[in-house]
Design a protein around this ligand. Structure first.
Ligand SMILES: [Zn+2]
Length: 243
């Protein structure tokens, strides 16, 4: 099925972490390294009198992420790189095959939330790329504003061969920030608010576990608010702010 003499081996690197932790910066750095390595392999093959076919690199990001640009991935520190916007895992796969990419990079991979009977489609796509001996690097937010695994990220981390986990700095106290704080009209978001809420007036900021706040307006059998005194404190804080 495959050329067993091919030097390439499938590998999946997952870069995860909180918002503003430098995930995209790390992704861009890795892609630049792959570009250099491919150039070195071409030179090495020439010296040995053989030929090396440079692997083509495909860079993607999910269509939901148009914060900076429709055609580039961009880090908070200003690093930029051309990227193709894709709306689904299937579209990403088809584009990789069409272009014959041997190295595939994708930013904001947590947004590939579509599922079929087997689970997240992006997991099947990544597994298939690995079977095709692609070198794959993805970056994504590992936890949503509730502090729960973001869409396919848990499965992506399990599938990955190598993982890089990054933290940012809490905007309130300076401790390591591991969670995205979601604010809707300046108020901490409700647990039951949808994870992706296009069009709402909302903001996010990195916070540590101590400063992270989520409201729980509906009681559930296992109410995650039980025993969280920070909720009462945050409510009092918001009430004071509204006076
Ligand atoms: Zn904090």
């Amino acid at each position: 099925m495959f050329d067993t003499k091919s030097p390439d081996v499938g590998h999946l690197l997952a870069i995860t972490g909180n918002m503003m932790s430098g995930k995209t910066e790390e992704l861009i750095a890795r892609i630049r390294t792959f570009e250099r390595v491919e150039a070195i392999r071409v030179q090495a093959a020439k010296r040995e009198g053989t030929r090396y076919k440079r692997r083509k690199i495909g860079v993607y990001k999910h269509g939901l992420d148009t914060r900076y640009s429709d055609t580039e991935i961009a880090s908070h520190s200003g690093q930029r790189m051309q990227a193709s916007l894709v709306e689904s895992a299937q579209a990403l796969y088809e584009d990789v095959i069409k272009n014959g990419y041997g190295i595939v990079a994708c930013d904001e991979v947590q947004f590939f939330m579509e599922k079929d009977d087997d689970g997240y489609v992006i997991i099947k796509v990544l597994a298939q790329l690995l079977r095709r001996r692609c070198l794959v690097v993805v970056s994504g937010l590992d936890k949503d504003f509730r502090g729960m695994p973001f869409g396919p990220m848990g499965d992506i981390l399990a599938l990955a061969d190598e993982r890089v986990s990054l933290t940012s700095t809490c905007v309130r106290c300076g401790a390591p920030a591991v969670l995205p704080q979601r604010l809707i009209n300046g108020r901490p978001a409700d647990w039951n608010d949808p994870i992706v809420f296009p069009g709402a007036t909302e903001a996010y900021e990195p916070r540590c576990r101590r400063c992270h706040v989520t409201f729980y307006s509906q009681s559930t059998e296992l109410n995650p608010a039980d025993g969280f005194e920070s909720i009462a404190l945050a409510k009092a804080e918001v009430a004071a702010g509204n006076e």
